[in-house]
Design a protein. Structure first.
Length: 139
């Protein structure tokens, strides 16, 4: 999971620990009531830690260079904040998967097929991909 990679399994900061807990609960949401609870939880986290996430560090050599002090926590926060409108689409569309695990597995199979045929020219690889998805759609 992207968030665990950036935050690590044991974040050093309290903000990171709380955000990781929120992120771990995200995949278990099954209805609109749980969605609203999660959104309030995220909103409270945001109110509590927004100044922390926006902290900047500056160079000591007198230049105006700066960077976000807690860049990994910020990346996870910004990723969630910018995708809030899309996180729960699966609740409104029953046929839609809530994660991309199936899609990632499909791409892994395709990569394995392509690695077996490393000598193919580019246009033949494209044909292999087209046929792969065509035959997958027929079954």
């Amino acid at each position: 999971m992207f968030s665990e990679t950036l935050l690590t399994r044991r974040p050093d900061t309290e903000a990171g620990q709380d955000l990781l807990e929120i992120v771990k609960y995200l995949n278990s949401i099954r209805n609109h009531n749980e969605k609203e609870i999660w959104l309030r939880w995220f909103s409270r986290w945001e109110e509590r830690y927004l100044t922390f996430v926006n902290q900047r560090s500056r160079t000591t050599d007198g230049t105006k260079h700066w960077w976000y002090t807690h860049k990994n926590v910020r990346k996870v926060y910004r990723s969630l904040a910018t995708s809030l409108g899309h996180l729960f689409l699966y609740l409104d569309h029953p046929g839609l998967e809530k994660d991309t695990n199936g899609l990632e597995a499909e791409f892994t199979h395709l990569k394995q097929k392509l690695s077996v045929h490393k000598g193919l020219k580019h246009h033949r690889k494209i044909n292999l991909i087209k046929w792969y998805f065509y035959l997958k759609s027929q079954s």
